[in-house]
Design a protein around this ligand. Structure first.
Ligand SMILES: [Cu+2]
Length: 146
């Protein structure tokens, strides 16, 4: 077994931990009025870039407005999709909760959503585009108490 492998692994792990810490600091340093990134992509669609944001401090139990942004691999916004949010908790099923997001131009799709309780949630964005098979992007995130 090559002896240098463990140290490469440690360096890689340290870099990942440093990046995680840096991104936490960046999130904490956001201005009070700025949008908040919601979760991270845990299942992506090939060739698509997607982000999910909410108002500062969200998501929280109760009403929220989520903004799903969709772009192609080159970063060009995709504005001609029909995007449906499929929401549920990951530790229990809360039943079927789907809502079609409103296209807001320049690749943004908005919808009010109601989180009926705090805890671990996931949002699967169902992406339908003309002449293409449906694609899905999944985000996992905690919902705080109101
Ligand atoms: Cu629940």
């Amino acid at each position: 077994m090559p002896r240098h492998r463990p140290s490469y692994f440690s360096v890689g792990l340290a870099a990942i931990l440093w990046l995680a810490a840096a991104s936490c600091q960046a999130a904490g340093a956001q201005p009070a009025s700025g949008p908040t990134a919601v979760g991270q992509v845990t299942s992506a669609a090939p060739g698509l870039q997607a982000t999910l944001t909410a108002q500062t401090g969200a998501p929280r139990a109760g009403s929220n407005t989520l903004d799903f942004f969709l772009a192609d691999a080159a970063g060009q916004p995709i504005a001609d999709a029909v995007v449906t949010f499929d929401l549920d908790m990951t530790n229990m099923s809360m039943g079927i909760y789907q809502v079609e997001a409103r296209a807001d131009g320049a690749g943004h799709y908005l919808s009010p959503v109601v989180f009926s309780m705090p805890g671990p949630w996931r949002l699967v964005a169902l992406i339908d585009r003309p002449g293409q098979l449906q694609e899905q992007v999944r985000f996992d995130f905690p919902v705080e108490a109101q």
